[in-house]
Design a protein around this ligand. Sequence first.
Ligand SMILES: Cc1ncc(COP(=O)(O)O)c(C=O)c1O
Length: 392
Amino acid sequence: MTGRVVYELSMNLRTNPPPFPFIDVAAQRRRLGPAVDAAVARVFNHCQFILGPEVRAFEAELAAFCGARHVVTCASGTDALVLALRAMGVGPGDAVVCPSFTFCAPAEVVALVGATPIFVDVDERTFNIDSRGIAGAVAAAKEAGLEPKAIIPVDLFGLPADHEAIRAAAQAESLLVLDDAAQGFGAMYKGRRLGTFGPATATSFFPAKPLGCYGDGGAVITDDDRLADTLRSLRMHGQGSDKYDNVRIGLASRLDTIQAAILIEKLKIFPEEIEARDRIARRYSEALGDLVTTPLVPSGSSSVWAQYTIRVADGRRDVLAAALKAEGIPTAIYYPIPLHRQQAYKHYPVGKGGVGVSDLLAGEVISLPMHAYLDVATQDRIIVAVRRGLKK
Ligand SMILES: Cc1ncc(COP(=O)(O)O)c(C=O)c1O
């Protein structure tokens, strides 16, 4: 349906429809209710709350889903990044290249392991790392007396980063790649699901993520047997083959068995949900593409649409947000302040190419409601309101 047709349909909409959530976690809960209740009841009955049988089963199913040898689950997406950096041997004196336009976790974990984040810019159309900036970030790290060790591409808003270009640049600079797929897990890049682009991939099961649980959770995905062993040790305080002979300093970071049981049920419907999100994104893009910059999905990639994010230039973004709010339509700004401008991160180096695109995007992006259960009437209501808001 074109934007114009939808706009004309607006005449038929109710005048005061009720507000609705940005991400409707409860809609999926209603669909999965009895299956999830039964799965959780099984855990309550066997009482193996830490690393119980559902954790092993979920790890195997997730590994099969993304075509990887190992999935090592843990307590959050942030912990997954920390565990992976630790397992890859990143620490004090090392520099890790991260995008500036993203959620804070990739830079936060680098600092947490004692290394230094170096910010690199993103591509204006995909919002993901611009691989042309990697050499300049490595140069900035060396000038600061640091050893460039790794890069954390983020698959932002659900779209895979350009992993071929990143791998080439990373190989040229001898950087390890830790893919942050917290938002993009489930998406395809050049015929493969995210999970095996680089030695390690981290993901998050935070409830609002495309594959979320009912609390905190995360996982590291890898094809590397030794790295997987190290990760399993690290998530259990650094234990060795003898449970009480610790061989390294680790963490207590496990995915609860209850969360694994829930995720097993959610994984069954995940492919269908990804398709539903994609249908909604296509409708949005078709209806709004003449008025705003809609998200680009490069050929060879798919997105899981963790967010559907448009760009609205000339200072009209905030006018649009206010207009939508007045109509009971929630929006979100991911991310209003790039990392290189945030108090906790502004003293870290920026790559030689600068981070101008990150600054530009922070002033223009706005995300529309997106989840697999957004019905057509609500999609139309959003589309009509965006078109009306932009005419103001
Ligand atoms: C890109 C990115 N990385 C990492 C994380 C951290 O995940 P968690 O909240 O599970 O710790 C998030 C969560 O929002 C994220 O968006």
